[in-house]
Design a protein around this ligand. Structure first.
Ligand code: GAR
Length: 215
């Protein structure tokens, strides 16, 4: 993409993934310009993490808007003040309108706590346990109009323990997320990975399957 890619991180909650980005930029392992942290939730702890790190913050509450479209237009106006090259959804618990996705086409990444295409949507950890799956994990993907269905870039995989609870699984999945999300975002920021013709390309080659990391 560009050197010192201007990056907006969108959160709704605790922001442990945001913290992983802050730490990776801080220790020099990730070359992104963290320009703004945006939240739809004024109480999101991630806003405090951003302020402590000296990153600009912005907050617009979705509950102040009549519909998704008008909220998304307000978010676009706010984010465009910072001219982001890349948008990182890090626990941003809002479904994006087609208008929003088209405005930032190919520039939005999401992390989803499942081995997509399995388990799009919510409650992924419990659903993995209910199905008796041996493998679980998280996926970094480009965002398209279809929820949790955009081209996958990188997956982190873990084995499911025999008597593990959903909360324990969530914690282990988050640990691997903190590794794979900055890594994948760095690939996009450097131009190694791009979104072209609705697909993920790595080093100039179409890449229908995601790269994988196993813990
Ligand atoms: C992350 O585990 C992420 O995978 C999940 O929210 C969590 C946010 O944690 N995202 C989704 O479920 C999106 N569908 P964090 O606020 O501590 O980074």
């Amino acid at each position: 993409m560009v050197s010192q890619c201007k990056t907006a991180i969108l959160i709704s909650g605790s922001g442990t993934n945001l913290q992983a980005f802050i730490d990776a930029v801080g220790n020099g392992s990730l070359d992104l310009d963290l320009t703004v942290v945006f939240s739809n939730n004024p109480n999101a702890y991630g806003l405090e993490r951003a302020e402590r790190a000296g990153i600009a913050t912005a907050c617009i509450q979705h509950s102040d808007f009549l519909d998704r479209e008008s909220f998304d237009c307000a978010v676009i106006t706010e984010l465009d003040r910072h001219q982001p090259d890349l948008l990182i959804l890090a626990g941003f618990m809002r479904i994006l309108s087609p208008t929003f996705v088209a405005h930032y086409s190919g520039k939005i990444l999401n992390i989803h706590p499942a081995l997509l295409p399995k388990y799009p949507g919510l409650n992924t950890h419990q659903r993995v346990l209910d199905a008796g799956d041996k493998w679980h994990g998280s996926t970094v993907h480009f965002v398209t109009e279809e929820l949790d269905r955009g081209p996958r870039i990188l997956q982190g995989r873990i084995t499911v323990g025999p008597s593990e609870t959903a909360d324990e699984l969530r914690d282990r999945v988050q640990t691997i997320e903190h590794h794979i999300y900055p890594l994948a975002a760095g690939w996009v920021g450097s131009g190694k990975v791009v979104f072209k013709n609705g697909q993920c390309w790595v080093d100039g080659e179409k890449s229908p399957e995601p790269s994988q990391v196993t813990l």
